[in-house]
Design a protein around this ligand. Structure first.
Ligand code: TMP
Ligand code: ASP
Length: 242
């Protein structure tokens, strides 16, 4: 039985606690939602549960396919136990279709398919508003070693292949997503969460947005979208396992 002990850290969407085991943390997913660097704030009822469940499900799929993750166990409706990580302060974004900041930066119409997946790094820094960086910045600032960068890149592309397959079964397009990695006893593990907060999911047929963009852009039916993608992805993982 893993106990919630001392409160460690509160982020915009999660709270992290120590447990009785120094190697394990407990992560509690909140219904709080923010966008645009915290400028926009709100609540998405049920989001904490959806994100905890979806992360648990997808981390398990990834582990089975050879990606080491921090996930240990879903222990409550909105709580997961994870391996304690020292987070690498680099966000890794992979994109299959132009959307969001890439569409803006490169003047592409949102929805334009990319000929090959695009991988980007962002420096995790609230004060600096997570600026985009490259491998030279990562080396110069010693954010990660070159070997760690290679590993994060290869894991990120593999995650893209695995998740794209699952989402295809759910009749969803994996437009883009953000990953975070961390170190646990010297090994790089996939951390954070995989959820509609950190991915863009579009319906394959209608191209309807079924992710946090509904909140960011005031598109309505936010809660419904979170519930729907969880249900569709849960069914898809079930089909894949059979
Ligand atoms: P972007 O198009 O706004 O750069 O977002 C790319 C992907 O990263 C998208 O799937 C949403 C995700 N993301 C986060 O998880 N956290 C963030 O703070 C931002 C800006 C994006
Ligand atoms: N989570 C980020 C924030 O609060 C941005 C986003 O997801 O759009 O600012």
């Amino acid at each position: 039985m893993v106990e919630k002990k001392e409160f460690l850290y509160e982020g915009k969407a999660k709270r992290v606690y120590r447990t009785g085991d120094p190697d394990l943390y407990l992560v509690e997913f909140k219904d709080d939602a923010t966008a645009f660097d915290g400028l926009k704030k709100g609540t998405i009822t049920g989001k904490g549960e959806v994100n905890a469940r979806m992360s648990a499900l997808l981390f398990q799929v990834l582990e089975r396919r050879g990606i080491p993750t921090h996930f240990v166990e879903l222990v409550g409706p909105r709580e997961i136990v994870v391996k304690a990580l020292r987070i690498v302060p680099v966000e890794v974004v992979v994109r299959n279709v132009a959307a969001g900041s890439l569409a803006q930066r490169l003047g592409l119409e949102e929805g334009t398919p990319l000929k090959s997946p695009v991988l980007e790094f962002y420096y995790k820094s609230d004060e600096l508003h997570d600026p985009m960086i490259n491998e030279y910045h990562i080396a110069a600032l010693e954010l990660a070693t070159p070997d760690q960068v290679e590993l994060m890149k290869s894991y990120a592309f593999k995650v893209n292949e695995i998740l794209s397959q699952v989402l295809e079964l759910a009749e969803l397009i994996l437009v883009d997503f953000k990953l975070e990695f961390g170190l646990h006893h010297g090994s790089i593990l996939l951390g954070d969460e995989i959820s509609p907060d950190t991915c863009r999911f579009w319906d394959r047929n209608t191209r309807e947005k079924l992710d946090k963009d509904r909140f960011r852009r005031d598109l309505g039916k936010v809660e419904e979208a979170y519930q729907e993608v969880l249900q569709r992805i849960t069914e898809a993982v079930g089909k894949q396992i059979q």
